[in-house]
Ligand binder design. Sequence first.
Ligand code: COA
Length: 150
Amino acid sequence: MAELRLEELSASTIVAVNTLTLKPGQEQFVAPVSYAVAAAVVDPTTSWQRVILDGDEVVGFIQGNFDPNAEQEEFRSILWRINVDADDQGRGIGTFAVEALRSEARDRGFNHLDVIYEPGESGPEAFFLRVGFVPVGETSYGETVAELAL
Ligand SMILES: CC(C)(COP(=O)(O)OP(=O)(O)OC[C@H]1O[C@@H](n2cnc3c(N)ncnc32)[C@H](O)[C@@H]1OP(=O)(O)O)[C@@H](O)C(=O)NCCC(=O)NCCS
């Protein structure tokens, strides 16, 4: 693995991000309902998006949202989306990206980061628990809300 780095989305990487692949069974976990509902009211200027590169190759994407004024507490400092290309999963790339988001959240003065995910086989729960998120509640859609202390 070459050195992992993050870049802002650009015309040259956006296509690669949109064609990142998933392993069979992962599709249903990418966008829990709560995010879709909240997206309608989220101000796009509050989002932090980074492309993950391994050398020159786009291997993943991470998006966080930071909005101290969000009505629901869990949406004030939240991991919104993370996707590592199917062929590159299991190499530490997701961990690298979460660490970067964690550092961004800390720099913005937050003391924790939240994530909302659907529990289930092939889902990201084991990953989130492995990087340190702790389940703290459930949404009305039955998704898990988990928190990572910074
Ligand atoms: C979840 C995801 C981002 C993890 O990325 P990754 O690069 O494979 O994660 P890492 O290699 O950094 O894994 C870190 C640890 O979590 C574990 N882990 C990762 N995915 C796992 C899974 N599905 N089941 C069990 N353990 C898992 C790894 O084994 C590793 O443990 P280790 O440190 O003991 O070796 C990636 O699987 C993915 O893109 N999934 C599809 C999209 C998705 O569901 N996103 C979340 C909702 S937005």
